[in-house]
Design a protein around this ligand. Structure first.
Ligand code: B1M
Length: 569
């Protein structure tokens, strides 16, 4: 115990209590830093303080409440237990995650233990006792439905002592300004999935600046980068804007911003000089050779016939069948954080892989009760004209819709229109369009689980839904190939399918070969995906989040390429 500090917490000043907490945190952190890696600490052998931290690090609740009571029995104040050993546990979780020793799934289990401990202690706390490390208003920007990344940030910040006001998805600047005035946060966190959302962040930042807001902003998202943040968002805001590549970086930045010793330097590093940048809509025009068709794409191929040009709307009856198309690298690796070859490690009965697999099976059992995977698709007759692809309903002369694709300005001069074969003997080629979704009801259920402190389930459900949508796209694409009379060879493995070793390819608007997201409107006009409950937002994203749209080409020369105008982020 620190010298000159009364033993009974009730007699300590606020500063003394903070010093005691710091003392515990440092001691516990030191213990775990020097403890041998991988060696499971025998919890029962640890002193009570370290045992409490250990529940959080191990993400377990077995014995937690009894030990919390023991600690209270020693006279410890509930808030000091939270800010002392429990927070020390969370700090160690952060350290282990950054050192690649814990995965996302484990961090979520730690957060669950933290939430359970805090929920138990709250009943013994005075209202005024709930002092937090800081307050963050968090939102996904206007037009964007991306929820999973933002929610992960909320879980991590909340369970590390921050008060988080999560405004949800598709949040316009006005709502953020209102929330700022109401909640008086220490920082604003913005999230978004697409390039368009990164541009929306520039606009939002400018509106916040005009409203006189000056608190630091944190931004994150798959299509965002530190460079875009620094060169576009920060100048637009005029104050500090920090790029957080993941939730743990978000936490580190918040900690640094709330610590008087580091705050000024973080603010300085993340504030751009200059008066603000507007989102440029000016595209520099280069001299380009006139190429209307790539020499790399064959034209003299037979047109495969299509059985039916009817629009099809289906509820996929067998969830397990679709789940068979889930890419475990994405589900277990990218979303749940498993490092290495998950399937190989599972086959070897690696305990971490087995535990994660079983926990996800539990999530799947629950999802099977409500998840609806739905698809709408249709073949259209197609004719190319330069960079245009005209789509027709059976035998009609006038196209029902025309897509304009961009052409590469160098190299192979590829353009998606090149993959449509010229009509032969009055017979047109075809293009298939689809939209699939697995997102119905997911947001509400994930939100409920999150609010109840079941973080693994909450994140797992969202991850399962988005990867189910991707799996359904893979499943439907295979079926479309079969309907086209170009089925996969029987020996084709799922791994080969995931690396698209089949004939033809599917392209989604927003990806580098057809990056113009506004073209989604054409799909909506033709397929009416509202019938499977998928809406297009003003940012041309699909709501619900777990949805995928695509154009399917059969041409054997199809390859993934970039036209190089995706907007540099
Ligand atoms: Co797609 N997708 N996707 N996608 N997807 C990207 C983003 C893309 C870059 C792929 C590419 O081109 N190579 C591309 C965008 C390009 C562009 O904008 N032009 C793209 C596209 C185009 C699309 C669609 C439009 C394609 C289509 O169907 N037409 C479509 C849109 C969906 C919709 O409209 N609803 C689509 C769909 C999907 C899936 C549903 C299949 C799936 C899930 C998407 C999702 O996450 N909601 C998916 C995936 C998985 C991806 C990639 C592969 C990975 C995204 C990811 O990691 N998500 C992505 C390519 C890539 O990044 N390599 C891609 C998980 C999530 C937890 O991470 O959002 O980054 P993230 O959140 C992190 C950090 O960013 C940070 O912390 C979070 C947690 O660690 N963070 C913050 C975020 N916000 C923060 C706020 C803070 C702090 C930190 O404040 C405090």
């Amino acid at each position: 115990m620190l010298r000159n500090v009364p033993a009974d917490w009730r007699e300590q000043t606020k500063e003394q209590r903070a010093a005691v907490n710091q003392h515990y945190i440092a001691a516990i952190a030191e213990h775990f830093r020097t403890a041998k890696k991988k060696e499971k600490v025998r919890a029962a052998d640890l002193p009570l303080e370290e045992r409490l931290a250990n529940y959080i690090i191990e993400g377990t609740r077995d014995g937690l409440i009894a030990d919390l009571e023991k600690k209270r029995g020693e006279g410890a104040a509930p808030l000091d237990i939270v800010n002392g050993p429990l927070m020390a546990g969370m700090a160690e979780v952060g350290r282990l995650f950054n050192a690649n020793e814990l995965i996302v799934a484990e961090v979520l289990q730690s957060a669950e233990a933290m939430k359970a401990a805090v929920s138990h202690l709250e009943q013994f706390m005075e209202k005024a006792d709930t002092a937090k490390r800081g307050k963050v208003v968090l939102a996904t920007v206007k037009g964007d439905v991306h929820d999973i990344g933002k929610n992960l940030v909320e879980i991590i910040l909340k369970n590390n002592g921050y008060d988080v006001v999560n405004l949800g998805i598709k949040v316009p600047p006005e709502e953020l300004i209102k929330a700022y005035q109401e909640h008086k946060p220490d920082a604003i966190g913005l999230s978004g999935l697409l390039v368009k959302s990164a541009q929306q962040m520039v606009i939002t930042a400018n509106d916040l600046r005009d409203a006189g807001i000056e608190i630091p902003m944190l931004v994150g998202g798959a299509a965002l980068s530190a460079k875009f943040t620094q060169t576009k968002i920060a100048p637009s805001y005029g104050k500090a804007v920090c790029y957080a590549k993941d939730a743990m970086t978000g936490l580190r930045l918040m900690n640094e911003l709330m610590d008087p010793a580091t705050r000024e330097s973080v603010l300085r590093t993340h504030t751009a000089s200059g008066n603000g940048a507007s989102v440029s809509t000016v595209v520099s025009v280069q001299e380009i050779p006139v190429v209307t068709r790539s020499p790399r794409v064959r034209m003299d191929l037979p047109i495969p016939p299509v059985q039916s040009l009817d629009r099809k709307v289906r509820l996929v009856p067998d969830l397990r069948e679709v789940w068979g198309y889930i890419n475990s690298f994405m589900l277990f690796g990218r979303h749940m954080g498993f490092r290495g070859d998950f399937e190989k490690r599972l086959a070897e009965r690696d305990p971490k892989a087995v535990e994660l697999f079983e926990n996800m099976e539990e999530v799947k059992r629950e999802a099977a009760e409500f998840m609806r995977v739905r698809a709408v698709w249709q073949f259209f007759e197609a004719e190319a004209e330069g960079e245009l692809v005209h789509l027709f309903t059976t035998g009609e002369k006038e196209p029902v819709h025309t897509f304009r694709f961009a052409r590469q300005r160098q190299g192979d001069f590829l353009c998606l229109s090149d993959y449509v074969l010229p009509a032969k003997n009055g017979q047109r080629d075809h293009l298939a369009l689809f939209v699939v979704t697995a997102g119905e009801g997911v947001r509400e259920r994930a939100e409920k689980a999150k609010n109840e402190g079941y973080y693994f389930k909450s994140h797992g459900l969202q991850a399962l839904a988005i990867e189910s949508a991707e799996a359904c796209a893979e499943w439907l694409h295979r079926r479309i190939r079969e309907d086209w009379g170009i089925p996969d060879p029987p020996e084709m493995t799922m791994a080969q399918r995931f690396t698209s070793r089949y004939r033809g390819k599917r392209y989604s608007f927003g990806y580098p070969a057809c990056s113009n997201l506004e073209d989604q409107a054409g799909i909506w006009k033709l397929l009416k995906p509202e019938e499977i409950s998928v809406q297009l937002t003003e940012g041309f994203m699909m709501d619900p989040e777990a949805s995928v749209s695509a154009l399917v080409f059969h041409h054997p020369d199809c390859t993934y390429f970039s036209v190089g105008d995706a907007g540099e982020n």
